[in-house]
Design a protein around this ligand. Structure first.
Ligand code: WTA
Length: 635
């Protein structure tokens, strides 16, 4: 398929075509795929309901386009290169032919366990190739996967299982992370105490630690695939059938299950992968994300494999056995496109350039970033020291809900600007709105980032609660999809993402709802009330700052602080643990009783001397006492 844009004028031309005649534009890309039955209608949409359908009437199986289609053209090419946590352990390379066989075998094994089209299957696994096999095997049999990041707690896992009424869990005994090994199956056991929808659990042996196996429910991965056929006829799916659910945090309530469907997601992840990274046949591509996040779904598994790429999966962490690990892997596999998060760049930057020096990085052609705004200093460090000044940086802005990259340079095609995501991809019609919902036209404007026309990989609903999808994304500005991000369009028409404008914070590229963290804190019996805000953090981008009112009777502040942090780890996972937790006597409130987060954010960011007028507060005296507590805690 010749879907790649090669020049800036080509980009401008394609972009115009995609806006003038979106249906023809996307039909051309879609027609490069294998459809079991051709679609009848490219697009129907209504952002009020919202109701969006792409490629209606079309039937396909995404794995036929990933596996079967590539068997004869690149059966012996590496599809997945797996690099283990410990560099001394044997790596694993799965060719397209081998991946096809593994996926079919596991698909048959899942069928034998009673999994059918439409069933939900939870994948709670470390970064091992079997995790990708699990995702694709679900897609093969038409089951809806929901991958849960293996760093989430048992309680977060059970919430997700209950929400989507999953039937099966695919997991591993444990997870190697640097020097540590973390139990995984034990957490599944704990989660399942609260869930009754699960009929079977399949566990991969990875770390070899002891696990409990419950007869009639628990099976070993290697046992269920023993002697099973590696041929499987893919289930026929409608283009708008669900492909997966991925839970993500928002400003209110529990995480929502974002729903993606088969046809549009396939077309868009393929197209965006090829164009943003300018992938050429034979290149080796590496995205360091975890499959627990959307980046792992779209740009480790689906996008690259649809494009017939070689995709690296890395089990470990950037600093083990030393902070040169990323560069050692780039050298080892002669990586051409490297895609990571700003937080990882900043963490490595702290070690200086010595860890890079021993490695030959001359294979690198493209560097990417994702997940949070990249600061200019990190951008330059990445550009100069990793890319040696010769690799374009693609700063890719997108979201779990968008399914694929929305704003980004196309590598080597779009001129870059540090810290700018630059321009929308073809097909992506952006709008900058002021708080009254007026669209700000022209350049040099700042406002709320919205999207005014559907794109193939957009979310269709939030699982089990369509109204919530409408409220969250389509109601703030009727007729638009609202991203929750602030944006600036500069004098050249370039976009720079300014960060969230809602109560979502971005910690090391992970989305965290402040309400979610507050709810977890409030589970501690001694907590009376809490408020959580983000504050600038040198490595993580944003840190979590919690202000907590407690019943201190008979307790020390120190022990309570630790206990509350542990409660959050237990309820959500270590990624949600507050970086700073301050026990306070009150929280600043408006006369109507609303917590004034603006003030708490300023104090947390060290701007407590510039609070503006606080005299309208219900309890202005509280502010002074909080400021004193902050000073005391720093001292
Ligand atoms: C933020 C990750 C600035 C943004 C793919 C968005 C970014 C949220 C960028 C989505 C970027 C992502 N520059 N901010 N290049 N990429 N974000 O759902 O606030 O985990 O709304 O998807 O991350 O996070 P999510």
């Amino acid at each position: 398929m010749s879907d790649r844009i090669h020049s800036l004028s080509g980009y401008i031309y394609e972009y115009q075509k995609s806006v003038q005649a979106p249906e023809q534009f996307w039909a051309r890309i879609a027609d490069g795929f294998h459809w079991q039955k051709p679609y009848e209608k490219v697009l129907s949409w209504n952002f009020e309901k919202p109701d969006v359908k792409w490629f209606e009437g079309g039937q396909l199986n995404i794995t036929e386009n990933i596996l079967d289609r590539h068997l004869y053209t690149r059966g012996d090419q590496a599809a997945i290169i797996w690099e283990p946590n410990d560099p001394n352990e044997q790596n694993l390379i799965l060719t397209y032919r081998e991946l096809h066989a593994e996926v079919c075998r596991f698909a048959n094994a899942m069928k034998a366990q009673g999994i059918e089209k439409g069933d939900r299957v939870i994948i709670y696994m470390p970064m091992v190739p079997e995790a990708a096999v699990a995702m694709l095997a679900c897609a093969r049999v038409g089951a809806v996967h929901s991958v849960v990041f293996a760093g989430f707690s048992a309680s977060a896992l059970s919430d997700r299982i209950i929400d989507c009424q999953a039937k099966m869990v695919l997991t591993a005994d444990g997870n190697f992370r640097g020097k540590k090994s973390i139990p995984v199956k034990a957490l599944v056991d704990e989660a399942l105490e609260k869930c009754d929808s699960i009929t079977s659990v399949i566990t991969l042996k990875r770390t070899g630690e002891e696990v409990n196996m419950q007869a009639g429910r628990d099976y070993w991965w290697h046992e269920v695939i023993e002697g099973v056929s590696s041929e499987h006829k893919a289930e026929v799916m409608d283009a708008e059938d669900m492909l997966f659910i991925l839970y993500t945090s928002g400003s209110t309530g529990k995480p929502k299950g974002v729903v993606h469907t088969c046809g549009g997601y396939m077309v868009y992840t393929y197209y965006s992968f090829k164009n943003v990274f300018q992938y050429n046949q034979g290149d080796v591509y590496w995205c360091t994300a975890d499959i627990g996040w959307i980046t792992g779904h779209s740009y480790i598994v689906y996008g690259p494999l649809l494009a017939g790429a070689t995709s690296i999966m890395f089990e470990g962490v950037p600093t083990f056995p030393d902070p040169g690990r990323f560069w050692a892997i780039c050298e080892k596999y002669k990586v051409n496109q490297f895609y990571t998060a700003p937080t990882a760049i900043r963490a490595l930057q702290a070690y200086g350039t010595d860890p890079i020096a021993p490695y030959n990085l001359s294979s690198l052609k493209v560097l990417g970033t994702v997940g949070e705004p990249i600061n200019e200093e990190a951008w330059h460090w990445y550009h100069d020291h990793v890319g040696k000044g010769k690799c374009p940086i693609v700063d890719t802005w997108w979201q779990t809900e968008t399914g694929g990259i929305m704003i980004s340079p196309l590598a080597g095609v779009t001129p870059t600007k540090p810290a700018y995501a630059t321009m929308p991809l073809p097909g992506i019609q952006l709008a900058v709105l002021d708080n009254e919902g007026q669209e700000l036209k022209g350049n040099s404007v700042e406002g709320n980032l919205c999207i005014k026309f559907p794109w193939p990989s957009m979310l269709r609903t939030t699982y089990g609660d369509h109204e919530r999808c409408k409220q969250t994304y389509f109601s703030s500005f009727p007729g638009y999809y609202f991203t929750g991000d602030g944006v600036k369009r500069d004098e050249d028409g370039y976009y720079r993402i300014l960060g969230r404008v809602d109560d979502v914070i971005n910690v090391s590229g992970h989305r965290m709802g402040t309400a979610e963290v507050e709810n977890a804190i409030n589970e501690h019996p001694k907590v009376i009330e809490s408020a959580v805000v983000g504050y600038p953090h040198e490595i993580k981008g944003q840190g979590i700052f919690a202000y907590v009112i407690c019943d201190l009777e008979g307790r020390s502040e120190e022990s309570l602080t630790q206990e509350i942090k542990d409660t959050v780890t237990k309820i959500i996972g270590p990624i949600a643990k507050p970086d700073r937790l301050l026990i306070v006597s009150g929280l600043p409130k408006t006369r109507s009783g609303k917590i004034m987060r603006r003030i708490l954010r300023k104090i947390a960011s060290g701007e407590g001397d510039h609070l503006g007028d606080i005299s309208t507060l219900l309890n202005p005296e509280v502010v002074t006492s909080i400021q004193e507590a902050v000073h005391a805690s720093k001292a």
